[in-house]
Ligand binder design. Structure first.
Ligand code: THU
Length: 140
């Protein structure tokens, strides 16, 4: 799903929450929705999708980001992540790495079941990230 205008943080969270309602989490029953805003102003949202071969399941954040990249986006500003949990649903390590590499040091907004909002820079959730810069530095 994509939307074309610049959204407020609460709109971004609402879009993530709507995506969560469609979550395909029939094994964990842990529903997650994510909405990422691209530099173009478009918002791409997704929910987690699980497999009976559990390890093949995929997080909402990566599906949202990869959808945006597939649509030609390369710059990003912020992402909202929503679950039904009492606690905030912080992104898993794999999502942090993929987001940092593809989206850079974006703002991350988390909400809990009560609707409280917490805000982080991605670099604070993934300090000293490994990136292609380090990879390419090793080539000479
Ligand atoms: N999950 C996400 O979609 N995002 C997160 O940030 C954490 C975990 C999903 C993966 C799996 O479908 C379920 O939540 C339980 O781990």
């Amino acid at each position: 799903m994509s939307k074309d205008t610049t959204a407020s943080v609460s709109e971004l969270i609402t879009i993530a929450a709507r995506a969560k309602e469609k979550s395909e989490a029939k094994f964990s029953h842990f529903r997650v929705g994510a909405a990422i805003e691209a530099g173009s102003g478009k918002i791409y949202s997704a929910f987690n999708v699980e497999s009976s071969s559990y390890g093949l399941s995929m997080c909402a954040e990566r599906i949202a980001l990869w959808s945006a990249v597939n649509a030609g986006e390369s710059k990003f500003t912020r992402i909202a992540i929503v679950s039904d949990s009492r606690d905030f649903c912080t992104p898993c390590g794999a999502c942090r790495q993929v987001m940092y590499e593809l989206a850079g040091d974006i703002e991350v907004y988390l909400t809990n079941r009560k609707g409280d909002v917490r805000n982080y820079r991605l670099s604070s959730l993934l300090p000293e990230a490994f990136t292609s810069k380090t990879l390419l530095d090793g080539r000479d």
